[in-house]
Design a protein around this ligand. Structure first.
Ligand code: G1P
Length: 276
């Protein structure tokens, strides 16, 4: 159903300096795997196999990660270390990876629009790799939950979670009418509102399913918060003219764009995935 998935990965990752001075923040490892690979694996589990990356200068390590490394493979062939490459080899064999650049930093909406040539006229997922998400133990991942909903409703969907009222200014925040438990028909969306201006405490996290009409809408969306073209503003237009759903996903999300979230995610993965 949804085969394409876009990763906007052009951002600088300044919160992790100096670690991210010469390395993309999406390549920071959670235990032994880079953040971006977790996102790709989540999308593969949801049935996607065609990946587009909107990159920028200094981000070539991401393209190298999703490509064969002949020298390295040659060095470790037949040794016990070969199996450590198993997960990434499988991804490279079974999926397509394409890269384009965002040549100006003009916001998430602009980044998504920069990926238009990789997506074409198809519904697609967007993953913000620094939000690391896991479904409930034994259950489907967050994108898989959303892809199922898309099959039923055929409109754009954003993943949401309740956040403390004093943190609304870090997120896009929605309000809407509940269709059923955990699913909202969105009527309002605001990018990074102050707590007193927030329409609720339901925050958008970095998983989206978008219908391709969003590209024309983004093109006509003026810069918003911080002078950047915001996907939140484009989605509000789409919600007002049609339908956008907010889905309170089942599972966990770690904000790996912050040091605290990164450390929590590392402990979670070490104890619950790596060790078991
Ligand atoms: C972006 C979006 C915001 C969303 C957030 C989720 O913000 O603009 O609406 O809530 O991702 O992580 P950023 O964190 O890139 O500033």
């Amino acid at each position: 159903m949804i085969k394409k998935c876009l990763f906007p990965v052009a951002g600088y990752g300044t919160r992790f300096l100096p670690a991210t001075k010469a390395m993309p923040k999406e390549m920071l490892p959670i235990v032994n795997k880079p953040l971006v690979q977790y996102g790709v694996e989540e999308a593969v589990e949801a049935g996607m196999n065609d990946f587009g990356f909107v990159t920028g200068r200094g981000k070539r390590a991401i393209a190298d990660h999703f490509d064969t490394s002949y020298e390295l493979e040659h060095q470790i062939i037949g040794t016990g270390k070969e199996e450590l490459l198993g997960s990434i080899r499988k991804l490279i064999e079974k999926n397509r990876f394409a890269f384009t650049r965002q040549n100006q930093m003009k916001g998430l909406g602009h980044a998504i629009l920069s990926g238009r040539n990789l997506i074409g006229d198809n519904p697609f997922a967007v993953v913000l790799a620094d939000d690391l998400c896991f479904g409930e133990a034994g259950g489907p991942g967050v994108l898989e939950q959303m892809a199922k909903l898309y099959a039923q409703f055929r409109c754009s969907i954003v993943a949401i979670q309740e956040v403390p009222a004093d943190q609304t200014d870090k997120y896009g925040v929605i309000s809407g009418e509940a269709i059923k438990d955990g699913l909202y028909h969105i009527t309002d969306m605001v990018e990074k509102p102050k707590p007193e201006e927030a329409p609720s405490n339901l925050a958008i996290i970095g998983r989206y399913i978008l219908t391709p009409d969003i590209f024309d809408i983004i093109e006509n969306t003026p810069p918003g918060k911080n002078g950047e073209v915001q996907i939140t503003d484009a989605l509000l237009t789409q919600a007002q003219n049609g339908c956008v759903l907010g889905y309170k996903f089942k599972g966990k999300r770690f904000d790996c764009g912050s040091i605290d979230g990164f450390v929590e995610a590392t402990n979670f993965v070490y104890n619950n995935i790596y060790k078991s």
